[in-house]
Design a protein around this ligand. Structure first.
Ligand code: ATP
Ligand code: MG
Length: 356
């Protein structure tokens, strides 16, 4: 029997509701498995921790996570604390500390979901967005001078390195190659950003030579948004910079029906450190504590976590259970137009798992 060590970090807001729900699904799965089990350790980091200690997580927090097989994360964000503090103090600290340079965001329209694209068939939208997760526009390079003075100036430098671009490009080509259509779109803005984005394009061309069976094209980020809406079936795997993919993946989640459904994995492809899985939504304080949060994004993140652990059969089982649940209008939460609660959806998924 293999025991996987899983860290849970609920964080703030509805993260505290959806992460325990995700843990419950993993427990239901383990209760039936003869080959694997989970050992959970919970870390109460985030806004409340910050109010007590002045930090979002302890200085040596990464050491407590280092020996885990994976991390299940909720959300970092608190209305009382500036966003850049909550983000850099917790989520980005883990992503950067563990060099989780590939952020992977699958998007499809699950059964029963009323998605906004009326001109396409649900199966036309089946994408995975690969976001560069370690540098680029969010490298943290920049500064602010002459504060309060008319000459005040501030910069955020988008820094791209050959190593950073090569590794994300290779990851994206490999992922595209593993999918049935073997199709990759490299998103760029090299008409306007004439240094880093031109290097990005050049490296895409170089890496493409290693993958002659992958069909690939380039698209400017502005045109990519229109193409996602007008020709969703022309896309499959998409790779973009940290900022561009951040924006494109929110659009993707909305096109697939709700922010509450979409999952993401922050992956260290070299497996030197634990990877981290989380729903893409934020802390959503407006619905916190009301039992209204849709846990499906977290459950789908659990599917990605299981896939990363190599538990492929379990991956299929949870995904099947999820698709059964979204197809039932009585089990849809408010963001999908229904009235189901977090607890009802969670219990239904656990039940579907035990009856499967
Ligand atoms: P953050 O600042 O951490 O991003 P946020 O308050 O901006 O948090 P988001 O997660 O970005 O919240 O979501 C925007 C809105 O979408 C929320 O205010 C909420 O109403 C809705 N929403 C997001 N996630 C869910 C979910 N899992 N279930 C139901 N509604 C959701
Ligand atoms: Mg938000």
């Amino acid at each position: 029997m293999k025991t996987y060590k899983i860290a849970t970090i609920p964080g703030d807001g509805i993260g505290k509701e959806v992460v325990p729900a995700g843990q419950q699904v993993l427990q239901a799965l383990a209760a039936q498995s003869k080959t694997f089990d989970f050992e959970f350790e919970d870390f109460a980091w985030g806004g409340d921790y910050y109010r007590k200690h002045g930090l979002m997580m302890p200085e040596d927090g990464l050491d407590a996570l280092r020996d885990k097989d994976a991390i299940l994360f909720g959300s970092a964000g608190d209305p009382d604390i500036p966003d850049h503090i909550t983000l850099w103090g917790l989520r980005l600290k883990i992503c950067q500390g563990f060099d989780q340079y590939a952020n992977v965001r699958p998007t499809r329209i699950l059964p029963g979901i009323d998605a906004p694209l009326k001109r396409c068939k649900p199966e036309d939208l089946n994408w995975v967005i690969v976001r560069e997760n370690s540098e680029g526009e969010y490298a943290g390079v920049g500064g602010r001078v002459h504060q309060g003075h008319p000459l005040e100036a501030a910069t955020d430098v988008s820094m791209m390195t050959r190593m950073g671009v090569e590794r994300i490009m290779r990851f994206a080509f490999q992922l595209a190659q593993s999918r049935p259509r073997k199709l990759l779109t490299v998103v760029t803005k090299s008409n306007a950003q004439r240094h880093a984005m031109v290097m990005w394009d050049q490296i895409a061309l170089e890496v493409s030579k290693e993958f002659p069976d992958v069909h690939w094209d380039k698209e400017l980020v502005d045109a990519a948004t229109a193409r996602m809406v007008n020709e969703p079936a022309s896309l499959d795997t998409i790779v973009a910079t940290n900022l561009h993919a951040d924006i494109l993946s929110d659009l993707a989640a909305a096109l697939a029906g709700s922010l509450g459904i979409a999952p993401t994995g922050n992956i260290d492809p070299e497996r030197r450190y634990p990877s981290m899985f989380e729903p893409i939504h934020g802390s959503a304080f407006d619905i916190m504590g009301k039992g209204l949060a849709n846990p499906v994004g977290t459950f789908w993140s659990v599917v990605m976590l299981l896939e990363h652990l190599g538990e492929i059969e379990a991956t299929t089982r949870v995904m099947n259970a999820l698709e059964k649940i979204t197809a039932d209008p009585l089990l849809q939460t408010g963001d999908l137009g229904g009235t189901a609660t977090t607890v009802q959806v969670t219990e239904a998924v656990c039940e579907a798992l035990s009856s499967a």
